[in-house]
Design a binder for this molecule. Structure first.
Ligand code: SAM
Length: 251
């Protein structure tokens, strides 16, 4: 997968060099290219923002530099890579595991993280017209407002990268994650334990050392239900008990 980021803070994306994403880059599974938006701002001060039309506080990112930057990045592709432009914004569609899975199936993601009050609206309109509405996504990572879109890019890049074939050591390891597609998609993952069996007088639940796979699967399902009911009552309402029972029988 190719992943481009256009930003006024290229250094903010340095975490893409470490851990899982860094390893995926080193192994050639991920081609990350970070571009400084100010390279496409041609005045002496490399200005990328201006006052908003209609008045009001804050500044708006200018269409000019964004248009030139995105034209250049999108023009640097090859015919076998169809780009998807991802614009982080608190007013976008929610970033979910389902969307992460969808993005992980794309061959090329271009991220346009903003600062200030966001990017002049005409930029999204321009690339929707050129790439098609389904290839320009405005995405929110949660119901809160950050100072810029770089942290959302790091969040989305990591969530997507760990789903790429070959990135996780064990391809099965995201199968049981919270929100993983399947009958447990609306359940949070339950608690996990490792050695030693006793720590400060606290024992690992007996069922986990029983070696009985059916009982373990049932326990994990119950714990997932309990945790979801406690932390996310909105999710538990969407659960289909019949699908969970079927899943139990099959594991
Ligand atoms: N005035 C904007 C609003 O209320 O929607 C907020 C702008 S915010 C200060 C600046 C930039 O940070 C946004 O354009 C976006 O790129 C990024 N950002 C902030 N919060 C975000 C979120 N929850 N999800 C995705 N991007 C976010």
């Amino acid at each position: 997968m190719r992943l481009d980021v256009v930003t006024i803070f290229p250094e903010y994306l340095e975490p893409l060099n470490v851990s899982l994403v860094g390893k995926a880059r080193a192994n050639g599974l991920l081609d990350v290219r970070v571009h400084d938006l100010r390279g496409w701002a041609h005045d002496r001060h490399h200005t990328v923002d201006d006052t908003p039309y209609g008045g009001g506080p804050g500044m708006v990112m200018k269409a000019g530099p964004w248009g030139e930057a995105l034209d250049w990045v999108l023009g640097s592709g090859t015919p076998d890579h169809e780009p998807v432009l991802v614009v982080p914004t608190p007013s976008g569609v929610p970033f979910t595991q389902e969307l992460a899975v969808r993005l992980s199936r794309c061959s090329w993601l271009v991220f346009a993280p903003a600062r200030y009050e966001g990017i002049d609206r005409r930029v999204v309109e321009e690339y929707r017209d050129r790439l098609g509405a389904e290839r320009v996504l405005e995405v929110s990572i949660g119901d809160y407002v950050l100072a810029g879109g770089e942290a959302p890019v790091l969040v989305m890049a990591e969530a997507v990268a760990r789903l790429l074939p070959g990135v996780l050591g064990n391809a099965e390891s995201h199968r049981d994650d919270s929100f993983a597609p399947g009958p447990m998609a609306d359940l949070l993952e339950g608690p996990v334990y490792t050695k030693p069996p006793q720590w400060r007088g606290r024992a690992v639940p007996e069922v986990l050392v029983s070696g009985h796979h059916g009982r373990i699967a049932r326990w994990r399902r119950d714990e997932a239900l309990r945790r979801t009911a406690d932390h996310r009552p909105d999710l538990i309402r969407r659960c289909d008990p019949a699908a969970l029972d079927r899943h139990d029988r099959e594991t």
